[in-house]
Every structure is written in structure tokens, then in C-alpha cells.
Design a protein. Structure first.
Length: 146
């Protein structure tokens, strides 16, 4: 399983940043996602937990998968970091070319968590994505320890 993290930033000075967290769970097909998502996830451990720091107003990209099938998560904040847009792209290689389907959530408030899901083989991947603005990369990195 390939996991790549891409972000556009070089931070020599203390500048506000956006910390992106993704917890990815693999569920059996019998589990349905309803209003009790958090309760369901308490009994599950994430299969991946990518984290990254991104400059405000720049796209952050997390890709998980293989050379034939990828799940890409893209996060773009507003220039001041008060909101972010999140997209999940499901990419499959068909006849040597990438085909994709995109789910998009705009204007998510800073600190709010959103959920994406996708079916892979005989399971459901539930992706819990959150993004929070911090005053420095150091504070953003420290938030990943929680």
C-alpha cells in the first residue's frame, strides 16, 4: 500500500499553518454508517493515519493506494484559514489511463470534521478528515500527538 503526502510550503518563520488529519478505517460491509459514527469508530483502529502541515491558501494532498487504484484527499484552505474545502478523488487505472470520481465539500469551518467513504473490494473505507488552523508549524505538529 502506497501512501504519499504532498504539501506546498517552506516555513522558516512562524507563520499560520493548517494541520490536516485523516483517520481511515476499514469496515465490514454489514456495518452501516449512521448518526452514531463516532460510537462505531471507538471500537475500530484506523488502518492509516496520514498527517501533514500545509501553508494557508495552498493545496494539501494525501494519496493512498497502489499503481492501479488511489484514493486522493485534497484540502485547500482560505487564505486566512477560517474555512477549508475538502475533496476525495477515487482514481482507478482503466486501459492505462486514470479515471476519477470526485466528492467535494466546500466551506468547511476551521476545526470541523467531515466524513468520506468508499467501497474497496469487500469492505468500506471511512475517512474521518479534519483541519485546524494554528499560528505556527510547531503548534500544528504538536496537535498530531493528540
Amino acid at each position: 500500500m502506497l501512501t504519499t503526502l504532498t504539501f506546498a510550503c517552506v516555513m522558516a518563520q512562524a507563520e499560520p499553518v493548517f494541520a490536516v488529519k485523516a483517520d481511515i478505517y476499514q469496515l465490514e460491509n454489514e456495518i452501516t454508517i449512521d448518526s452514531k459514527i463516532e460510537e462505531t469508530l471507538k471500537s475500530k483502529a484506523p488502518i492509516h493515519q496520514p498527517r501533514l502541515i500545509a501553508a494557508l491558501g495552498k493545496t494539501a494532498l494525501i494519496e493512498i493506494g497502489s499503481t492501479e487504484r488511489l484514493t486522493a484527499l485534497e484540502v485547500l484552505t482560505t487564505p486566512n484559514g477560517t474555512h477549508y474545502n475538502a475533496a476525495m478523488k477515487l482514481k482507478d487505472k482503466v486501459d492505462g489511463k486514470w479515471e476519477s470520481i470526485t466528492s467535494f465539500m466546500p466551506n468547511i469551518p476551521n476545526g470541523q470534521t467531515v466524513y468520506f467513504s468508499r467501497n474497496i473490494d469487500n469492505s468500506v473505507w471511512l475517512i474521518k478528515l479534519s483541519g485546524t488552523r494554528y499560528e505556527s508549524a510547531q503548534l500544528g505538529q504538536a496537535s498530531f500527538k493528540n
